[in-house]
Design a protein around this ligand. Structure first.
Ligand code: ARG
Length: 459
């Protein structure tokens, strides 16, 4: 078996070593980025005179052919292809002969893999941000369609104050807006080319890292070769930004589980986005929502696993860093699938405005409005809170309906009792950013503008 290091070694690698250390099983996914990086590196070698023009042409032609073989599935992996970098360089050398053997001049797999993964992350983080925007669009559409439907807003999962359904949906939308920000921010910070750093210290050859950086579309080149080959902050940061999306999906998932439970009945899933039971014919289960809840745990595992890998690693490259890719790929895939599944679920879910409204119309939901009515008459809020609390307690103890007690109370009376009319309390949430109709209408416009701005920024 031919290895990249055969000159120094008498024996071939043991099968167990290859089985344990090879990364080709997963890093084949970096092939397009490895090819792009190799093209830029070969052209740079040509510009600085390390490859003749004809040699650059031969290497580029071999890279084109290798790319086509990988894309079509015709590429034949050799037993020594421990990773995608080795496989591509091996094939280029087979195809281009001596010119191919010059491709790795002034390059190490250490700067190469870091460049590949940054190119990959730049593309994928942008693509995921666009997917998140799609989910936000669904939330916006459903918020607009929700009109004046309202439901209880909960604290401690106890009914607190009625809120418009649109307000509740957009609360999730704004959380996702911060995720889009974080993804864009992580992407901007990782936009640095490590090519030219070599194994650890750069090279004696006249490399031009600025030109490879520019050719690959990176915003900058590395400042320090040791940092360039050992930095995996960008993976950790990408994983955090993605994990936060997953955690937001899990919180949305928990709402869906709650809303669609038979006890609550605020919403019904479309058949295409629900599952049945193998034994219980009547069941319709919210499996997407449950898996959104569960997969957040897996994403957290990927993030904390990578942080544990990085902790205490000495500079610069260590093979430990190869363990960055599996969590990156898995987290990206799971978040993408989750965002899409949740988008489909939310665009087709049927809300039951009557069930939501009647849960929100319990007279005690207007307790704060009664207290604020008293505040309007000059009563200190603490006293108003105590007075209304006393009425709620008397009502619960069988002293009459809250409406009757309010009516009979000289401090409250007729006007205050009107506040208990179904549908009235939610209209009184007028604070900018609050849950009432006027504030929510303004919020919808601001959310729409934010989506448009983010879409333009990601374009
Ligand atoms: N497969 C390796 C990785 O993913 C590539 C770099 C190998 N470098 C080395 N010095 N063995 O990290």
């Amino acid at each position: 078996m031919s290895t990249l290091w055969h000159g120094r070694f008498d024996a071939d690698p043991a099968d167990e070593l290859m089985a344990y250390t090879a990364s080709i099983g997963f890093d084949v996914r970096l092939a397009p980025d490895d090819i792009a990086g190799s093209r830029a590196h070969a052209r740079m070698l040509g510009r600085v005179g390390l490859l003749a023009e004809a040699e650059v042409g031969e290497v580029l032609a071999a890279l084109d052919r290798t790319e086509a073989e990988l894309a079509s599935g015709d590429f034949v992996f050799a037993p020594g292809d421990e990773d995608i970098h080795t496989a591509i360089e091996r094939r280029v050398t087979e195809l281009a002969g001596p010119a191919g053997a010059k491709l790795h001049t002034g390059r190490s797999r250490n700067d190469q893999v870091a460049a590949d993964l940054r190119l990959f992350a730049k593309r994928e983080l942008a693509a995921i941000a666009v997917e998140v925007l799609g989910l936000q669009e669904v939330l916006l559409e459903r918020a607009v369609a929700a009109g004046d439907a309202y439901l209880p807003g909960y604290t401690h999962l106890q009914r607190a104050q009625p809120v418009l359904l649109a307000h509740h949906l957009l609360a999730h939308g704004w959380a996702l807006a911060r995720d889009v920000d974080r993804l864009a921010d992580a992407r901007a910070r990782l936009d640095v080319s490590p090519l030219g750093a070599g194994a650890v210290a750069g090279s004696s050859l006249p490399l031009d890292p600025d030109s490879t950086a520019a050719e690959l579309g990176f915003a900058a080149r590395f400042e320090n070769s040791m940092d360039a080959v050992s930095d995996r902050d960008f993976v950790a940061e990408s994983l955090f930004a993605l994990t936060m999306v997953g955690i937001h999906l899990s919180r949305l998932g928990e709402e869906i589980v709650f809303w669609t439970s038979e006890e609550v009945g605020f919403a019904t899933l479309d058949d295409a986005y629900a599952t049945g039971s193998s034994m219980l014919p009547q069941k319709k289960n919210p499996d997407i929502a449950e898996l959104a809840r569960a997969k957040a745990g897996r994403l957290i595992g990927n993030l904390t696993g990578l942080l544990a890998t990085l902790k205490g690693l000495p500079l610069a490259y260590n093979r430990d860093l190869q363990e960055d890719k599996a969590p990156m790929f898995d987290t990206l895939d799971q978040v993408r699938l989750g965002v899409r599944a949740m988008g489909g679920l939310l665009s087709s879910i049927v809300f039951n405005a009557a069930a939501m409204g009647s849960a929100a119309d319990a007279p005690s939901s207007a307790a704060t409005d009664l207290a604020e009515h008293l505040v309007g008459q000059g009563m200190p809020f603490r006293d108003a809170h105590a007075a209304v609390g006393d009425l709620v307690r008397r009502s619960l103890e069988g002293g009459g309906s809250l409406a009757d007690l309010v009516q009979a109370d000289p401090r409250l009376g007729e006007d205050a009792a009107k506040l208990l009319t179904p549908g009235v309390p939610v209209t009184r949430r007028t604070t900018p950013g609050g849950a009432g109709p006027e504030a929510v209408a303004a919020q919808i416009e601001r959310f729409r503008a934010r989506l448009d701005a983010d879409a333009a920024r990601l374009d």
